[in-house]
Design a protein around this ligand. Structure first.
Ligand code: ADP
Length: 179
């Protein structure tokens, strides 16, 4: 069944601004913000807590099962620091948020990340890990890299994604009419 609303992934290193973008985008567009962190916790899609990495060990199959019905209906914004597990057929746009290392350092320090976790995330941002993951997992024309260092950039990014959504709806509507 064709989706009447698209699904969007908003991804990037922790601290780049995924939640801020998803919340604003959901408010402005009516799309549904699905925080994968919350799903992992509340629906117990994990195999326990990893003390070293200070995060849940995610059970990806269980996670996909938990969100499949909802996502297949369309109109979801998936908010997570990984993207390669979501089937290509589910996804219409992948937004990879980026920021500079000094900004990321400040944002993650404010969260009291320990030095190891902090450095790991800074390295991940420098090495463009999420951008590579997105480019390897999805068609290049649906992967968009956006800067998220300032409030102005946040606003501009939301405007851009909203404009993309309007266009997607128009394209989808016209393709339905033509069929
Ligand atoms: P993530 O969900 O990727 O971990 P958050 O959305 O929680 O990131 O943002 C981390 C912190 O950075 C928050 O304090 C948020 O207000 C701030 N922040 C995120 N994006 C921006 C931005 N574009 N401009 C200014 N501050 C931002």
């Amino acid at each position: 069944m064709a989706r009447t609303l698209p699904n969007v992934i908003v991804t990037g290193t922790p601290g780049v601004g995924k939640t801020s973008h998803c919340e604003l985008l959901a408010e402005r567009t009516g799309l549904k913000h699905i925080s994968i962190n919350d799903v992992v916790k509340t629906r117990e899609c994990h195999e326990g807590w990893d003390d070293e990495y200070q995060s849940w060990v995610v059970d990806e199959d269980k996670l996909l099962d938990a969100i499949e019905d909802e996502v297949k209906q369309g109109g979801c914004i998936l908010d997570w620091h990984a993207c390669d597990l979501f089937p290509k057929s589910w996804i219409d746009l992948v937004v990879v948020l980026r920021t500079d290392t000094a900004t990321l350092y400040d944002r993650l320090s404010a969260r009291n990340y320990n030095e190891t976790k902090l450095q790991e995330n800074i390295d991940s941002e420098i090495m463009e890990v999420l951008l590579q993951e997105a480019r390897e997992s999805y068609d290049e024309e649906i992967v968009v890299e956006l800067q998220s260092t300032s409030a102005e950039e946040l606003d501009t990014n939301i405007d851009r994604i909203e404009a993309w959504l309007t266009q997607w709806k128009e394209n989808n509507g016209s393709s339905t009419e033509a069929a």
